[in-house]
Structure formats: C-alpha cells, structure tokens
Design a protein around this ligand. Sequence first.
Ligand code: NA7
Length: 548
Amino acid sequence: MTGRSDNVHDVIIIGAGANGINQLHRIRQAGFVVVALEAGAGVGGAWYWNRYPGARLDSECYSYAYTPEFSAEVSTLWEWEEEFADQPTLEAYFNFVIDRLDLRRSIVFNSRVVSARWDEPTRTWRITTEDGATYESRHVVAATGILSVPFVPDYPGIQDFGGTILHTANWPAEGIDLAGRRVIVIGVGSTGIQVIQTIASKVEHLTVLQRTPNWATPLNNYRYSEERKAEVKAQAADIMRLTGSTRSCFVRDRRSESTWDVTDEERMAILQDLYAAPGLSLYSGGFDDLLTDAAANREVTNFLSAKIAERVHDPETARKLTPHHPFATKRPPMETGYYEVYNRPNVSLVHLPEEPIVRFVENGVETTEGFYEADMIVVATGFDAITGSFLHLGVEGTDGVTLRDWWEDGPRTYLGVFAHHFPNLFILGGPQGVNGNHPRCADFASDWIARAITRLRETGVSRIEVSDEFEDEWIEYCNSFVAGTLLEDAVAWQWGSNIPGKKRRYMLYIGPQPTFRLKLEEVLASDFGGFDVEEERASSRETDHARA
Ligand code: NA7
C-alpha cells in the first residue's frame, strides 16, 4: 500500500455520540494516542442530529447519564432538571462532559468516514473521511449508533412537493416557524408521536399519516424539586449499581410473577400503577410473561385499548389509533397528551392501510381516498436501524471482504464486539450487543474494550480476529432469546422490517445484560482463548509512534 498518513494513532474511534465519548475518555485514560472522528459539527450523536420539536429522552436521565465511575466530576457537577431531559439539555450535557474531561481536542468534527481498510502487512486500519483526510491506527472502535441513518421512503412524486420536506433527524438547528402552516407528519413511532403532540397546537392544520398505530404510554415526566435534585445526585452510584443488575439496564426489571399469579383486581391495579409511573415502566416493569404468553399480553393491550377509547372522543378515530399487534413487540413510544391531540379540530388522522398514499404532488399528498394539502411534510419514518451506520463506513477487512458483504444476510458478530475478517475492529453499541437503556449497556462494553486493548498492548499482540464459528455461536445464542416469544412475529426495525429489501433478522441481543458482561469478562480471563491472536513482529510496523 502507498500513501502513509500523517495522522497515525493507536486507536481511532468513529462517532462522538454518547458511546464514542465514553470510549474516547476511557481509551485516553488508558494512555493511548487516540482520535474520534465525528460526522457532525458537534457531539451527542442522536442528540446532535434529532432536533425536531419535542425530541426528548424516555429513559430516566440519571440512568442514562455517565456513571460516577466514568467521571465523579461530571456526575457531581451536572444537575438534571427533570426526569426526562429534552434534546437541548442532552446536547448541552454532552458538551459539558467533553469540556470537563478535555476531550474536545481529541475529536475531529465534520469528518464523515467513507472508507476503513485493513492493511494486513502493517496490521493497521487506514481510514479516509469524506473531505479526503486520511488516518491510520492499530485499533478502531466503531461507535456510530444504531439509529443514525435516516430512512425516507421512496414515494412516487416526492420530488414534486413544492414545500418544505424534512426527515426529523435533519431538523435545522435554527428551528422552523410552524405558525400558520399546514403540516403533514408521516410516521407514528417514538419520533412522530413526539412531533405530533408538540406541534399540534402551533400549526394551522396537522394531518397525520399513520401506517401502523403503536401502543403509546404516558411518559409521566416531571420537573425536579431541589430535594429531588439532591437525591438523584446522592443516589447516583446506587442507581448505576441497580441499572447494572437489571436485564436491560433500566431502573426497573420485569416482575417475577406471571400475569396469572395475581387476581383480576390486583392485575388492574398493577397495570394502572405502571401506566402512571415514569417512562417505559409498563414495558420494563411488566409481568414476567409479557412477551411469552399471548393471552397475558392481551391483558395489557385490553387495558391500553380502554385508555385510548377513554381519551379519544371520536370512536372511529379511537378505532384507527388502536393497534392490533401485541404490546412491546414494536418498541413502545412514550407520549404526553398524544391521544388528546386527535380531539382538536385542526388535526386529522389518515389511516394508510385504509387509504394508501398514491403520490406526492406540489401542494400535498394524494391517497386512494382523498387529497391532503400541506406546505410542509415532516418525515418521521425512522432509520436503517442497527446495522445501517456500520455498513456506511466502507469497511473492508481481510482478503478484500467488506462488512457489507459479510453482513449481507444480517449482522454477524461475536459478543456484539468482534467480526470475522475484521481484525482489531471493535464494535461498540451495535448489533447483537445492546438492548434497552443503550448508553448504560454500552458503558460496560466501552470499559471492557479499553481494558482489552490495554491487554493487547501489554502482551504485545498486534492482531486479533475472531472466527466465524464464534460468530455462529453468538448468533444462535442471541436468537435463542427471541425463539418462542411474541417477538418472533413482530414487524419492527429490530428485525429490519422497515427497510425494503433488508433481510429479516432479529439484530439485537435481548438476553440479560449481566450475562453478556460475564461473557465479555471470560474473554479477558482466558486471554482471548479461541481467538486468532498474533504477536508483534519487529518488521511488521513501519512506524512506531509515541504513547500518550
Ligand atoms: P420508528 O420507530 O421506526 O417509526 C417510524 C414510523 O414511520 C412508524 O410509524 C412506521 O410505520 C412509519 N413508516 C415507516 N415507513 C413508512 C412508510 N413507507 N409509509 C408510512 N409510514 C412509514 O422510528 P422513530 O424515529 O419513531 O423511532 C426510532 C427509535 O428511536 C425508537 O424506537 C426509540 O428507540 C428511539 P410502521 O410501524 O413501520 O408501519
């Protein structure tokens, strides 16, 4: 290979969202020369790009934040104002973190990675960004997120629309004045619901184009009193211990009893309590058999159907808003006054299964049954989730094999971290690794990756690669948690169902996170037993660079 780069590092991290920042700090603390390449002009990842009206967290802030173990200073100094922070607050938080930890100087902004090629003779990754800059490093950590490639359906005539058309992940930082506008929102996932409930009272008219209604439950956000702020800080370490012990790193775990272990009255009272509790409680704190017993799940959906019927005045609209799939087989969105929006005279609901879109035209959207005028269309149709951002990096490993080829039939990893053909590449917070409260799940993996790379340095290992047998084993293990559950029939981004042509594969590890961590620890305890490991050869590396 020709053209060595001047930008030589021990480790390159791709992405400076919650996970990339985490990894950058840990890798730098371990004494490596490291840089993080970030496509955006600022940090925060999802919280940098998703600036749409109403963008808000739905994990409790204090469980989503960095732990006191990650940085006691950040944990002590930062103050959350409410249970579920909004996008501006989260963006401010990530900026605060990188400034307190002096990480900004190690991040190159506006640097979208377009190619990452493994160079076998030098045991080096060579990376090129969109602007032509080149970098190289012994190790790469890809931390590009599972919801970062916006998906816009290819509607006939979409280019003919004469007004503003925007995917929610591309909302301009300066905002958009919505007063007096006739707006169409397409999509009623977590994002669409946040947009709809936020803009309904601001626009002249709002038309919602809904393909599949979802089981939205109340966010129950609240602002913190001074006492609560102090309590959240004082309990930070305990909360992190708790989220480290639960199945999906949420503050709640499923109840140990089944739906049928309690009387009908007790069940209704429990469901009502969970409905009134913050955030994802009804999902993360529900009955043990929520996703394994269809009849048990129906107890929840009957309960929620009644809530929709109570809250939406027009029975026909309530019918359209009532889903048919089991609760939580699609990721349940959180809402604040969402259902009441449909009682407003300036809001209309279009149920696409009953009147599909025919085409976009200059001033709106035509369906089989009507025409909906708009001067703005908000596209809240989600993401090429889980694998999309990793496949966009142009990764090429051994023997010219690309990650896109290798994952053609779905992601293949070992422990969500390693992939065969891609030596010294570590995936953080990607497929078959995270589930639930993502940054908290990835925090453990980030800590582990920093320790793993340190061990490789200490033991003089220049190259490490996992076998495809290990991948097969991990895929089978991941699938075992989905087999026999109600998730098997789900139509959801976790299966890739939202992207035309994407192979149907369940792409997340949904087993217990504590088990996942034990498995990672076993790899270190066995000194990468079973991996293909090569020690440094004196001649293999042309440039030996300084340590930090
Ligand atoms: P989601 O959850 O993927 O939701 C996307 C929405 O857009 C959903 O209602 C989709 O309906 C709808 N959609 C997708 N494609 C189309 C087409 N072609 N026509 C009409 N409607 C369509 O994305 P979000 O951004 O809301 O949330 C992503 C995650 O971010 C969320 O799960 C949280 O974890 C945070 P469908 O259900 O596919 O019929």
